[in-house]
Design a protein around this ligand. Structure first.
Ligand code: FAD
Length: 375
């Protein structure tokens, strides 16, 4: 074991004299927002409950209840699903007027639920809607908010300036400085400690249909101004394409050129025709070059996906791209440069020109080849 420096010894001695504090004032449990996606639950709803459960295992025993708030018009049909994925208590806020997400009533509903539940931690998705909702809640409740987190930890936090030690501080980790560094944010001075979590990053728990939980119908006091804004129409554009639904993602890079993306689309169509769910993905260089819409960009400044199979064609394997796909179950890389760093992160590699590889793949799929999926 290496010897500690005199400075380190002095620091540890000083830290041991710092008293532990607990400022939670009765705040207990982890709350999540079960976001809807049209008439269905958004994947983020289930992902957040999974992560909340993992976080809660490191909190005090009396703070391990997972509360989930679901808001909408016909939401009680989803309570079982939420419980089967890990929620202990589901707060259902139903109202005929809540056909779609509306900023004001959703904010009021969440603020009321948080005041009622008093959780230690509150998590929302860093989706477009979560990014609208979470800061409003934080503003009204005078809380801090760590946005777009990609991991969470619970552990010792020493604040020497305030002479305070927190035994189980909530540590919210997010990329910063142009996504080149990871920042860990703590805020154990106001509760709940709030964060939004990047969609697609966190794994849901496996479904357990034997789980039981409590369902509470919660009625916030609506204010007349809550419904001042009327939603006349909502239109989905390509940037809301949900890439997370694909089991097989076929992603192209700058090496493909615009024509290469035509071939990629043919491959994806062939896979879908063959009964498997596939979608196109792209590197930022391909998006910047105008080969494909930004909605398909995978990576730190694009989407995060974790399909069963990720096929990366003509993609070099930059760290910013890997950040969005490295959790895929199996990665298959095609590149004509055997030194491309994508091969270091791939389970299978093919050193080949895409113009040879893709037509061959299309041929195999059309002949009935199915990709081996693990989920
Ligand atoms: C702050 C920041 C955020 C970023 N965010 C993202 C992000 O979200 N997503 C992202 O992808 N990148 C992101 N980037 C950019 C990233 O660093 C890389 O520049 C980008 O991923 C490179 O894309 P590429 O691999 O398609 O292109 P290139 O690096 O140009 O690689 C092209 C590859 O194609 C191969 N190739 C060429 N011709 C053929 C052929 N005929 N057949 C087969 N292979 C061929 C080449 O060997 C090469 O490996 C970000 C960068 C920064 C600084």
């Amino acid at each position: 074991m290496s010897e500690l420096s005199a400075e380190e010894i002095a620091k540890r001695e000083r830290d041991s004299a710092i008293p532990f504090v607990d400022l939670r004032d009765g705040a207990r449990g982890v709350l999540t927002w079960a976001q809807m996606d049209g008439d269905d639950l958004a994947d983020a709803a289930i992902e957040l409950i999974g992560e909340a459960t993992r976080i809660a295992q490191h909190l005090d025993e009396d703070s391990r209840t997972i509360y989930t708030v679901i808001i909408g018009r016909k939401t009680s049909q989803f309570t079982d699903k939420l419980i089967h994925h890990g929620a202990d208590v589901v707060y259902v806020i139903e109202d005929e007027r809540l056909t779609d997400y509306l900023t004001l009533p959703f904010t009021n509903a969440m603020v009321s639920a948080i005041r009622e539940i008093k959780p230690e931690i509150a998590l929302m998705s860093a989706s477009t809607l979560g990014r609208d909702l979470a800061p409003r809640i934080a503003g009204i409740l005078d809380l801090g908010l760590s946005a777009d987190c990609t991991s969470f930890e619970v552990g010792l936090y020493v604040n020497r300036r305030k002479n305070q030690k927190f035994e189980k501080a909530f540590k919210m980790v997010r990329p910063s400085f142009g996504e080149s560094k990871l920042a860990t944010i703590v805020g154990p001075w106001c509760y709940p400690q709030m964060a939004t979590a990047r969609p697609g990053v966190f794994k849901p728990l496996d479904i357990d249909t034997s789980r039981t939980g409590k369902v509470i119908e919660f009625k916030p006091e609506w204010e007349s101004k809550d419904f001042d804004v009327e939603l006349i129409e909502s239109v989905r554009n390509p940037s809301t394409i949900d890439l997370s639904k694909a089991d097989i993602m076929v992603a192209g890079g700058f090496g493909m050129g615009k024509d290469g993306f035509g071939l990629l689309r043919e491959l994806v169509d062939a896979i879908n025709d063959n009964g498997q769910k596939a979608e196109i993905g792209a590197s930022r260089a391909a998006v910047d070059a105008g080969f494909v819409d930004y909605a398909y960009q995978i990576g730190q400044t694009g989407k995060t996906v974790r399909p069963s199979i990720y096929v990366a064609i003509g993609i070099s394997g930059a760290i910013q791209h890997l950040a969005g796909m490295k959790e895929s179950s199996k990665i298959f890389a095609v590149n004509n440069d055997h030194k491309a760093s994508i091969f270091k992160n791939a389970d299978y590699g093919l050193v080949m020109d895409y113009q040879e590889a893709i037509p061959e793949l299309i041929k195999q799929v059309k002949a009935g080849y199915k990709f081996p999926l693990d989920k």
